[in-house]
Design a binder for this molecule. Sequence first.
Ligand code: DGL
Length: 270
Amino acid sequence: MNKLAENPIGIFDSGIGGLTVAHAIKNMLPHEELIYFGDTAHLPYGDKSEAAIQAYSVKIANVLLLKKCKVIVIACHSASSASYELLKEYVGNEAHVINVIDPMIDELAAHYCQATVGVIGTKRTIQSGIYLKKIKERDLPIQLRTLSTPLLAPMIEEGFFNNQISKEIISQYLSDSQLGKPDALVLGCTHYPLIKTEIEEFYQGKTVVLDSSVAAARSLSLYLTSSNLLNPSKKEVHHFYVSDYTESFEAATRMFFGETVKLESYPLWN
Ligand code: DGL
């Protein structure tokens, strides 16, 4: 066994979105100890510059390295598009870094060649052109249509979903001609799985809605298995840190991880 196997998995996002990824990891790898960091003080990431997100990502990586994480999962598309290459270099041999975009590209390559695929995400993710770049790099025959949907993450973060207003906002965005009626729609923001049912209702079964959380968990599982890093002893305790306390974060954490969750404050100082 690799001596780092018992070390935790670090996961971060701007807020509650990454909990969808953490939840998928918990289901797929129940023996792993998770350390989650929600950078609620800097939320939303989607309208920040690349440089600002890189700076936040490095600060969070320092926290996760201090806690001896064997892997850092960037559970945020905005940070994956802005900081993945930088973090890989910054972290070096101290931990392995996983993002949420590459596992989705693998899934598209396996099942959606020749299809029209839509991607919705924050301004940062969509303006970065990261999906198109990766699809071109791999020469995949996929027709890509992208649309930034900046109201969705703050709306979800406020606990605002499954109601008349969220349905109206979702329907306005998804009716945009830039997106058309794709064969599949990628939820290019880890907050969006929380409105997946509403999005599926909009398409009424005519478009497959793809969520990157399970793909990211699978990629983590493959890495841990191939590197002999699977934790052999079951860890029941996970840790949740936020750079600024918010009630909606606490409620969402309990929704995914049960009543026992204790939120810890960990300010990053600007
Ligand atoms: N959940 C994040 C993402 O996947 C960020 C949303 C935000 O903070 O704007 O992009």
